[in-house]
Design a protein around this ligand. Structure first.
Ligand code: GLU
Length: 381
């Protein structure tokens, strides 16, 4: 299949390693194999295998970036807890304890192959604020030029619910989108997407290729995780949506299968490949994936005009929620996002008026529209 063989040509690749892949499984989460004697501890064997593979693959001109989970789990373990803590502050403390343990293991494993690792801890606002994003992007480009391996995780210790990604599946998709990766590999403890849960249904069929995220795929996703992980299939599909908008293919595969990266990068039909048929422009992507600051409610006529690629005019605005500034991203009726040309205060003053009255109320230079057509993006249903 063309999409599979295209994987061999992928040049910039983000690999996300989930908690259940990097830590050794407990008795109930899979067969303990040789060398798997400490459930919840780092699986050094897996990490060394992965380092060897990435080192080989890098010689073929490919660039890799890693996104790793495991900080909270390792921190919890260091404190003698047997599961991921629920309390957010304890989780943040665990991340602060576990992150250096995690990075030390990466450093040791990759050093064997002469690869220097770098830690990048990010929060959601690093992508929403353009300046922060540009700084981060420059750092990443420098690291890649220096042939250093960037290793991302969320900065859990400072992330509150407002600025958190909350799961590394979406974080990895943001990384892939923002640094223009052509492939995102989600390494997990499941080997593929199935049409129903293979843990409970022996008849479950493996899905090898997905081009549309239709209802049957969403239904297949269900929701799964274990006590140390946060991601289920739903967060993986959310990640796929983000990556697809950037024209980045995604492969979901089982991380513990030896040789999995080389295997899928040579085009073999392992895991599930989510194709990325189109690509939104940078600006559209930014609007679509930036968290909205407030909301605008509009009537049916205005919504219809937006669907036909028109601008948003004050006449159709029926409500303004939250407090936003000119240039902020706002939600429109919960189904679209737009960059507001007016602040929430200004909009409240002109809502319902004809466009030519805007300057009378707000003064010269106020313009005639609430949002320009090119700054409106409809969200996926
Ligand atoms: N950032 C979290 C950690 O390192 C992981 C989040 C996730 O599992 O997706 O523990």
């Amino acid at each position: 299949m063309a999409a599979r063989s295209a994987l061999a040509r992928a040049r910039r690749i983000v690999v996300k390693i989930g908690t259940n892949t990097i830590v050794q499984p407990g008795e109930s989460e899979g067969r303990p194999g040789p060398g798997r004697r400490e459930p919840g501890a780092i699986d050094a064997e897996f990490l060394h295998r992965t380092a060897a593979e990435l080192s080989d693959l890098s010689r073929t001109g490919k660039e890799f970036l890693l996104v790793t989970s495991g900080a909270v789990g390792l921190g919890a373990r260091a404190l003698g807890m047997d599961r991921r803590p629920r309390d957010i502050q304890v989780r943040q403390a665990c991340a602060a304890i576990g992150q250096p343990i995690l990075m030390e293991e990466y450093r040791k494993a990759f050093r064997v192959y002469g690869i220097v690792t770098a830690q990048l801890l990010v929060t959601r606002d690093a992508w929403d604020r353009r300046e922060a994003y540009l700084n981060l992007r420059n750092t990443v480009e420098s690291l890649l030029q220096l042939r250093v391996l960037p290793v991302f995780n969320e900065n859990d210790s400072v992330s509150t619910s407002e600025i958190a990604f909350g799961d590394n599946d979406q974080l990895s998709a943001f990384v892939a989108s923002k640094i223009d990766a052509d492939l995102l590999i989600l390494l997990s403890d499941v080997d593929s997407l199935y049409d129903s849960n293979p843990r409970t249904n022996p008849e479950a069929r493996r899905i090898s290729y997905v081009d549309e995220l239709g209802p049957s795929i969403l239904a297949a996703a269900g929701d799964r995780g274990t006590e140390f992980s946060t991601g289920g299939m739903r967060t993986k599909l959310a990640a796929v949506r983000i990556a697809r908008d950037a024209g980045c293919r995604v492969v979901l595969a089982r991380g513990r299968t030896p040789g999995i990266l080389s295997s899928l990068l040579s085009g073999r039909p392992v895991g599930t490949l989510f194709d990325a048929p189109g690509r939104l422009r940078n600006r559209e992507r930014w609007i679509k994936h930036t968290r909205p600051v407030g909301s605008i409610l509009v009537d049916e006529g205005a919504l219809e005009a937006l669907r036909r690629n028109g601008s948003l005019l004050p006449r159709g605005v029926t409500g303004v929620e939250g407090s936003f500034r000119k240039g902020d991203v706002v939600l429109v009726n919960g189904i679209a996002k737009a960059i507001a040309c007016l602040s929430s205060e200004e909009l409240s003053m002109v809502r319902g008026l004809r466009s030519d009255r805007m300057e009378d109320v707000l003064g010269e230079g106020a313009g005639r529209v609430v949002a320009r057509s090119e700054d409106v993006v409809f969200l996926d249903p």
